[in-house]
Design a protein. Structure first.
Length: 353
């Protein structure tokens, strides 16, 4: 009995003070990076717009309802359209997230981001973030002043999810258009429509409407991943160079060879079908692997991924499993900071079946 009471007291002290029966509001930090959510159309009501115009303070002011759910602070990390996102900014972001959580400065984090490369930044952060606190990415497909702007609803949902205990320990999440996704599975599948994000292999993890979340499958991919890369150990220098080569009918090895000649540490092939490519690329890939360049076979196909039973497998090939070429690139960049051994790297990819 005594043990039971101590356990309950311990849980009350150790668990965040938020959630059901909360006494104080969860502390949520919004880290803004730019994108269409901070974009302005000029003149209003037209499709053309300039992204990354509003500051984080303005974004917060536009959705006063979030103050009922959380005690919100803002940080402006950068203000760019996400086609200009870089690995150096990923590292800065990861360091800010690490120091906010390590110093107990907030309970959850929302990152506002352009939608073009949101999935990449979210996945990078998922791989290097060792904290259990919620981290939720969001953005918008329509600029802030357009009729039917989706940014305010997305931001509201993201803050509510970051403030919800259901998001603890789920890895980095993405909230767009009332859907919740894992960072590893989500991808942008529409160029302009507000319903632009999907997880082609598994579907969304859940929904969130008016700030109320329900998860379809609470155990997300993050829970089966045990390889983490410590952001504290990533040097200030650039990450290994990994590029992507697209496969298509008639593709030669010209681009692949150029990358090798220019010092690529790794190359991801966005293959056709089950990670396939032409004879020319195949020959170059084999040579590159013999010369110590890591080669990952991924696919340009949205569903199914690439498993080890490929056509024409070769010694030293790594397969992407369910990761898209752009996510495979990020995992390979990080993997190459700890190993060049294909079997070791393959085991990291195997965690995304
Ligand atoms: N090009 C924009 C960006 O990624 C698109 C968006 O945010 O929706 O920043």
């Amino acid at each position: 009995m005594k043990k039971y009471i101590l356990t309950v007291l311990g849980m009350l002290c150790l668990s965040p003070v938020w959630g059901q029966g909360q006494v104080t509001k969860p502390r949520i930090t919004i880290i803004a990076t730019g994108g269409t959510i901070a974009g302005i159309a000029a003149p209003p009501a037209e499709n053309a717009y300039t992204p990354a115009q509003l500051t984080v303070e303005t974004l917060i002011r536009q959705v006063p309802q979030i103050n009922n759910k959380a005690s919100v602070k803002g940080i402006q990390l950068c203000n760019i359209a996400s086609q200009y996102m870089t690995p150096r900014i990923w590292i800065r972001l990861a360091r800010v997230v690490d120091s906010l959580f390590s110093g107990d400065h907030c309970d959850g984090i929302v990152v506002t981001h352009g939608t073009d490369t949101m999935e990449e930044t979210a996945f990078f952060l998922d791989l290097v973030n060792s904290h259990e606190n919620p981290v939720v990415f969001t953005g918008s497909m329509r600029p802030s002043n357009s009729p039917g702007a989706d940014g305010p609803a997305n931001l509201y949902n993201a803050v509510c999810l970051a403030a919800d205990r259901v998001a603890v320990g789920k890895g980095v999440l993405v909230v767009m258009n009332d859907h919740i996704f894992s960072a590893s599975g989500v991808t942008k599948t529409h160029t302009v429509n507000p319903q632009a994000f999907e997880n082609p292999n598994r579907g969304p993890m859940g929904t969130i409407r008016g700030g109320i979340a329900s998860l379809y499958y609470p155990l997300c991919e993050k829970n089966v991943v045990d390889e983490r890369f410590s952001i504290r150990e990533l040097a200030n220098t650039d990450l290994p160079r990994v590029d992507i080569v697209l496969s298509y009918a008639g593709a030669t090895s010209l681009l692949f060879d150029a990358l090798v000649e220019n010092g690529a540490d790794g190359i991801v092939i966005a293959g056709v079908g089950h990670g396939n490519y032409s004879y020319q690329i195949e020959n170059s890939a084999k040579k590159a692997v013999q010369n110590g360049v890591a080669v990952v076979r991924a696919t340009r196909v949205l569903q199914g991924g690439v498993s080890s039973d490929t056509e024409n497998p070769f010694e030293g090939q790594i397969v992407s499993r369910s990761l898209s070429p752009q996510k495979a690139r990020i995992l390979l960049m990080l993997a190459l900071t700890v190993s060049h051994e294909p079997d070791t790297i393959q085991r990291m990819f195997d965690q995304y079946p």
